[in-house]
Design a protein around this ligand. Sequence first.
Ligand code: CTP
Ligand code: MG
Length: 181
Amino acid sequence: MDAVATVATALWAMLPAYVPNNAAVLFGGGRPIDGGRTMGGRRLLGDGKTWRGAAAGWLAGVGAALLLRALRLPAGTALGVGFPAVPLAAAFALPLGAMLGDIGASFLKRRTGRERGAPFPGLDQLDFVVGALLLGVLAAPSWFLDIFTLPVLVVVLVATPILHVVTNAAAYYLRLKDEPW
Ligand code: CTP
Ligand code: MG
C-alpha cells in the first residue's frame, strides 16, 4: 500500500469513531450519566458526560458506518484503494467504543483531580481511538486485522490527534464547545 492509500484507509475505517464526539458536543446535555454521584469527593464522570450526548454520539457513529456500508462503492476507488465493507458488528462497535473511551477518560480525569473541561493532553486526543480499536477488534477480528495493518495503525495514532485538535478548535470558535480541546 502506498502512503496515500494508507492514510485513506485509516481515515475511512476510523470515520465511524470520529463522528460520535462531534455529535455528542452538538446534541449533548441534560442528565449526566453519573447522576451526580461522587467518588472520593469528586464526581464520578462529571456534567460533561450525558446520556443524551452518549446516545446521540453512538447513533450518529452507527449512522455514519451504515452510510459507508451502503455506499459500498468505496470512496477510495479514485485513490486505487479498495475498502472492504465495514461489517455490521464493527458499525456498532466502533462508535460505541469511541463513546466508552471518552467516558473512561472523564473517569480518569476526575480521579486525577481535573475538573470538567480541564485538558489532559494525549488522553483527550486518543481516548476514543483506544476505545474504538478495542471494541473493533473484539467485534470484528478478521476485518480488523485486515484493515488495521501496522502502517494504518501508525497513521491513525498520528492523524487522529491532529484532526481532533483542529476540529475542536473549530468547534470552539464556532461557539459549539466551551474549550478549544
Ligand atoms: N457531551 C455530552 N455527553 C457525552 C460527551 C460529550 O453531553 N457523553 C457534551 C457535553 O456538553 C460536553 C461536550 O460535549 O461538555 C464536550 O465534550 P468533552 O470535551 O468530552 O467533555 P468536557 O465537558 O470537556 O468534560 P470532561 O472534562 O469530562 O472531558
Ligand atoms: Mg473536554
